[in-house]
Structures are given as structure tokens and as C-alpha cells.
Design a protein around this ligand. Structure first.
Ligand SMILES: Nc1nc2c(ncn2[C@@H]2O[C@H](COP(=O)(O)OP(=O)(O)OP(=O)(O)O)[C@@H](O)[C@H]2O)c(=O)[nH]1
Ligand SMILES: [Mg+2]
Length: 364
């Protein structure tokens, strides 16, 4: 039996197994099996030399975003409106066959947008170009899920498809640490109460994943799926942004209905360039990009070309980004702005910066 067939069988079995307390262990076993077949398939794909070549896009700029959605939702037109790229826009499905990159500049940040070919049913099962689509998405920093008013179910379908491919959207990775040991069996430590899993089933699942001697520390009320995610180790956690394009084709009532059903989706029109500002701002916010104005001693800060770093970055990260530009050894930094207790505060490398701070690096 081929891997694909095996996978299909296992998925089928899972679907037919009801969800209740008595089938919990059986479902755990099947899920483990599914995850292991998927991993095997991935390995095989890598082994054949990938076949990713046509899709390998060099990451450029401060962040990379993939634009996914069913054929003809308007991905190419949006890319053309927002960036310097020229992606073919057509009335026919699948006008975009390769990944087309474009660069968008917004508030000093260079955001690379990738027009990714139609995310079609079956991507997770390695049908068609699905696997390559997934690999491009996994390599980006955020995924835009795009649909139009006629296909609002697209969001759920895309989310499902990405989930099946090991991509976890808008979710924190499990707060769990696993450490392999030389002996002693499986030691389970849970400082919190677990409502779904007991130690026995945790041990069982870990055994099925090939862990015989290990320590697992669980710091959240872990569900079975997330335990499997930890053990599978190939999960990708990333943010997403939902977009409903072609807002120009609907009336106010329909707009309100969409806002109610999908409050987190940004309605826009690539054609009429409606609401593109909000889209850019949401992208920047979700990517967590912040601006730092660098300053040289005795000079005014450079406000024209901010240094872009991720939210939560510290002075050390800034120095890393400036690598090559600072030749001498870091001594201290001076900071003005939101992160400073007072203007011109003297700080060390672990000081966390905030959006629009002014930073002066002192070297010795
Ligand atoms: N009314 C309206 N039509 C749009 C809008 N955006 C795109 N379209 C039209 O929808 C059709 C498909 O647009 P594309 O940009 O080619 O769609 P795509 O998602 O790139 O499609 P594939 O490359 O096939 O996956 C074209 O005829 C566009 O002119 C919009 O905001 N409003
Ligand atoms: Mg296209």
C-alpha cells in the first residue's frame, strides 16, 4: 500500500470514529498514525530533490507575506495595485501558475508579497502543486487568506487545508518541553491541571511516537491534538489576515452581513482601490513591524529611513541588523521615545525598544 493510500485510509477511519471518552485513545492512535504518514511523505518529497525549484522564491525585505485564495478572487490584481510587480490578471481560473513576488513599501517597511497560485482542494495530500504551495506559505511570515463575497466559505476551507498541512494559524505554540533521556521511562510533569489528557494517555502517545525515555513538562491545559503537534515537530505557527475582495460588487446589507459573520476580515476592492490603507496597516500590525530612528552622536535622528525590526526586539537585535555598519564593540545605547523611562536614557543590549524610538549606539 502506498503512503497516500495509507493516509487516506487512516483519515477515513478517524472520520468514522465517534468523538467520546471511550474512543479517546483509539482516536489518539489514529491521529498519531496520520501525523507519522504525513511526516514520511514529506521526507520522501525532500528526498526526490524537492521539485520546489519553480517555487523557491528568495525572501527579500523586512517580511514576506503569501497571498492565497481560490482562483479568480483577485490575488494578482491586488498584488499589482500594492506593489511594483506585474502579475497576470485574467478572467480565467489559474492565470497565475508560478509564484509572483512584489515589494510593497509602507511606513518605512519593505514587505514582500507573494502571489501564490490557487490553494486548491487536495494541497495537503500532495495532489497537483499543492505541496509546493504549502512550502511557499510555510516559508513566509504571514498568510493572507483571500476570498470574495460569493465564496465566504473559502475561509474555513483554506484554514482547514492549511491545518491539515501542519500550519497553525494565529495560535501560540504549545507551552510544552520534551527532553529525551537515556533511561528512566517517561516522566510527565504538569504544574497545571489537565482536563483532557491523563498521564497514562500521554505516555501511550509518546510511546507511539518513539519516545521511550524522556521528560515532558506541560505548562498548559494540553489537548491531544496539540500534544501530537509537539511530538510531530514539523508544525509551523504563523499569523494570518483575512480579506474579502470585490467589495465593490455588493450592497451595504451584504457588507454588514459579512462584518457580522467575519468580524476579523478586511473588506476591500482591488479594482476600486477601496480600503487598501486599512489592509496595509493591518499587515504591518500583524507582522509586528516597528520603526526605529537611528541617531549619530551630536546629529539629528534619521527619520526618513527607519530601521525596521520585529516587535519585542532589543538593542542587541538592532546591532545585529546593523551588522557591518558598527565596527567597534558595543558599549551602551541612548534611547528616546516610548520605551525610555526618560529621554536619552542610557541602556544595555537587552533593553526592549518600541515603535518610533530614537536610538543612538555608542561604541568603544
Ligand atoms: N469587481 C471586481 N473585480 C475584481 C476585483 N479584483 C479582481 N477582480 C477581477 O477578478 C478576475 C480575477 O482576478 P485575478 O487577479 O486574476 O485573480 P487571481 O486570484 O489572481 O486568480 P488566479 O491567478 O487564477 O488564481 C479579473 O477579471 C479581475 O479583474 C475587485 O476588487 N472587484
Ligand atoms: Mg493570479
Amino acid at each position: 500500500m502506498g503512503l497516500e493510500e495509507e493516509l487516506e485510509k487512516a483519515r477515513d477511519k478517524l472520520e468514522k470514529t465517534p468523538v467520546n471518552k471511550s474512543t479517546e485513545k483509539e482516536r489518539a492512535r489514529i491521529k498519531t498514525k496520520i501525523a507519522r504518514i504525513e511526516k514520511k511523505m514529506e521526507k520522501k518529497q525532500e528526498g526526490t530533490g524537492g521539485g520546489y525549484e519553480g517555487y523557491a522564491v528568495e525572501k527579500q525585505g523586512d517580511a514576506t507575506v503569501s497571498l492565497v485564495g481560490y482562483p479568480s478572487v483577485g490575488k494578482s490584481l491586488l498584488l499589482n495595485k500594492l506593489t511594483n510587480a506585474e502579475s497576470e490578471v485574467g478572467r480565467y481560473h489559474f492565470t497565475t501558475l508560478d509564484v509572483v513576488p512584489g515589494m510593497m513599501e509602507y511606513k518605512g517597511a519593505k514587505i514582500q508579497l507573494l502571489d501564490v497560485p490557487g490553494l486548491i482542494g487536495g494541497a495537503a495530500e500532495n495532489r497537483g502543486e499543492g505541496k509546493q504551495v504549502i512550502s511557499v506559505i510555510r516559508n513566509s511570515d504571514l498568510v493572507v487568506l483571500m476570498t470574495d463575497p460569493g465564496r465566504l466559505d473559502g475561509f474555513g476551507k483554506m484554514e482547514e487545508e492549511l491545518y491539515e498541512s501542519g500550519i497553525r494559524l494565529d495560535t501560540e505554540p504549545p507551552n510544552v518541553k520534551v527532553e529525551k533521556k537515556g533511561k528512566g521511562g517517561i516522566e510527565v510533569r504538569t504544574p497545571v491541571d489537565l482536563t483532557e489528557l491523563d498521564e497514562e494517555s500521554i505516555r501511550q502517545v509518546m510511546n507511539e511516537w518513539g519516545y521511550t525515555n524522556a521528560k515532558i513538562v506541560i505548562r498548559e491545559d494540553l489537548m491531544l491534538d496539540r500534544l501530537v503537534d509537539v511530538l510531530a515537530t514539523n508544525r509551523k505557527y504563523m499569523p494570518s489576515l483575512k480579506v474579502v475582495n470585490k467589495a465593490d460588487t455588493i450592497d451595504q446589507a451584504k457588507k454588514e452581513e459579512i462584518a457580522e459573520k467575519h468580524p476579523d476580515a478586511v473588506p476591500l476592492s482591488a479594482e476600486n482601490e477601496e480600503n487598501l490603507g486599512e489592509f496595509r496597516e493591518e499587515l504591518r500590525r500583524k507582522l509586528g513591524l516597528i520603526r526605529i530612528y537611528m541617531k549619530k552622536p551630536g546629529k539629528e535622528p534619521d527619520r526618513d529611513e527607519p530601521l525596521i525590526v520585529k516587535k519585542g526586539s532589543n538593542v542587541q537585535d538592532i546591532c545585529d541588523k546593523l551588522a557591518g555598519k558598527i565596527e567597534q564593540k558595543f558599549k551602551y545605547a541612548k534611547v528616546w521615545g516610548e520605551s525610555a523611562k526618560f529621554p536619552e536614557q542610557q541602556v544595555g543590549e537587552d533593553h526592549q525598544v518600541k515603535d518610533e524610538d530614537v536610538v543612538e549606539i555608542r561604541t568603544s
